[in-house]
Design a protein around this ligand. Structure first.
Ligand code: CA
Length: 219
């Protein structure tokens, strides 16, 4: 399991990130100030650190200097005001940064990009009776191989990585097809219907009137 350290002193933000990351299948640990984070990094291993900038005791920039030699990638979580005058050199030490408030789907996408860059991404995803092998690009349902087209596979991976989040059509389309969404829903609908049938996700993969789709893990 991928282990992520969340360093954020505002508890509601930290809780929100942790809940969503755990839902996405990551193991999370939270530190609420810079010193606590440094202690945890010393004692445990992490695959990625999400790092707030304004923190008690040791700030995010100082903590990054401590993390960098350990080859742990960091993503800054920053308020717009923290960025003033600091964008250049200081931010460049992190793998990426995201400005608060942000969409959880965007944070998840950035985490995946950074983990992939560091070859730390997960090789296998699971959802109920489905096992998805990301290297072999295969899906097994109750041990039997499901016959998905490449786009159906990409769509399934996208849904599983963003499960329990309402995803609008344009976002899904642009992430999976990697081209601009022109408002034509047919391609997406057809793929989703086929995917539901082939994977037995009829109940889980929900169409939400006007808002899009959601892969519901609680059904
Ligand atoms: Ca803060």
């Amino acid at each position: 399991m991928i282990k992520i350290l969340i360093v954020e002193d505002e508890h509601p933000i930290s809780d929100l990130i942790r809940m969503n990351l755990e839902d996405a299948g990551y193991h999370c640990t939270c530190a609420f100030d810079g010193l606590e984070a440094a202690d945890m990094i010393e004692e445990q291993t992490f695959d990625l650190v999400l790092l707030d900038i304004m923190l008690p005791h040791i700030n995010g920039y100082e903590l990054l200097d401590y993390i960098k030699p350990l080859q742990i990638p960091a993503i800054f979580l920053t308020a717009k005001s923290d960025l003033k005058d600091r964008v250049g050199g200081l931010i460049s030490g992190a793998e990426d940064y995201i400005i608060k408030p942000f969409e959880i789907t965007e944070l998840l996408a950035r985490i995946q990009v950074v983990l992939r860059r560091f070859h730390k991404s997960e090789k296998v995803l699971a959802f109920h009776d489905l096992i998805i092998d990301l290297d072999k690009r295969t899906v097994h349902k109750n041990g039997a191989l499901a016959d998905l087209t490449p786009k159906e596979f990409d769509l399934l991976v996208y849904f599983v990585r963003n499960k329990d989040i309402v995803l609008d059509r344009s976002k899904i389309y642009e992430s999976v097809w990697e081209t601009e969404y022109d408002g034509n829903t047919r391609t997406l609908e057809l793929h989703i219907q086929r995917l539901r049938k082939k994977t037995g996700l009829e109940k889980h993969l929900k169409t939400l009137y006007k808002s899009g789709y959601c892969l519901d893990s609680k059904e």
